[in-house]
Design a protein around this ligand. Structure first.
Ligand code: ATP
Length: 231
């Protein structure tokens, strides 16, 4: 079958998308934004780094989180109003240790904090995605976010990729990476979504139980099948 492939750009409501017109006149919108998530030490950053070396524009939501409530931001004001002036350190910034002590152990308090911080991170992520795609509309953008599903950011992404390892492997790798107690890692695992809860939301599940070479091979085949991506 002869396929006529005409590429042209259209404006989608939230971003610039690349559309491929097939002979049957069916429109297929290219996958441009991947939401990459997974549990503690599952291998999200490792995967994001690889995708980055192949040309993806990677946004690390964790890093955005560190900027989310800097002095003079709206979120800063909300944090201070909600948790009190006591969370402001000598440098005028929110003292993370102080804030942590207010939030620790209180489920409602944590929910109050995430209600402030997650929308702020989402806004920054969206701004960065828009800017990355306006520079190069056909690039693949990866949003690496441990809380992608908890925060409900799946709708930002065209596809959700979930990296999974068994808890025992996560504990082993986190211990090796961070030098922490197994019980501390287990506590984090218990407080996070389960692999099953994440994979229920996944378009692609990346099993990272084996070695790094296997992870690279899995990712490579997913990457190669993305329209517009090349190695
Ligand atoms: P976190 O959310 O806790 O920051 P993460 O999901 O981003 O973690 P990584 O930091 O990518 O996970 O990986 C955790 C550790 O496991 C790292 O030290 C990484 O080098 C190592 N690692 C990742 N994948 C593999 C693998 N397939 N085999 C061996 N080690 C691996």
């Amino acid at each position: 079958m002869v396929r006529i492939q005409i590429y042209h750009r259209i404006y989608k409501s939230r971003t610039l998308g690349l559309v491929k017109l097939k002979s049957r006149a069916a429109l297929r919108i290219y996958i441009l934004i991947i939401g990459l998530t997974g549990g503690i030490a599952s291998g999200k950053s490792t995967a994001a780094k690889l995708l980055g070396t192949w040309g993806a524009y990677v946004i690390d939501a964790d890093k955005l989180g560190h900027r989310a409530y800097l002095k003079d931001t709206e979120a800063f004001q909300q944090v201070v109003t909600t948790f009190g002036e006591g969370v402001v350190g000598d440098d005028g910034e929110v003292d993370r240790a102080q804030l942590g002590s207010k939030v620790f152990g209180g489920e409602n308090r944590m929910a109050e904090l995430t209600a402030i911080v997650w929308p702020a991170i989402r806004k920054m992520a969206q701004t960065e995605i828009d800017s990355a795609l306006s520079e190069a509309p056909d690039r693949v953008v990866v949003l690496e976010a441990a809380v992608l599903i908890e925060a409900g950011w799946q709708d930002i992404a065209d596809q959700v990729w979930v990296v999974v390892v068994e808890p025992a492997t996560a504990i082993e790798r986190a211990q090796e990476r961070d030098g922490v107690e197994a019980s501390a890692v287990q506590a984090r695992i218990d407080s996070q979504l389960t692999n099953q809860e994440r994979t229920n939301q996944a378009d692609q599940v990346i099993d990272n139980s084996a070695d790094l070479q296997a992870m690279e091979a899995t990712l490579q085949s997913l990457w190669k099948n993305l329209p517009g991506a090349s190695l």
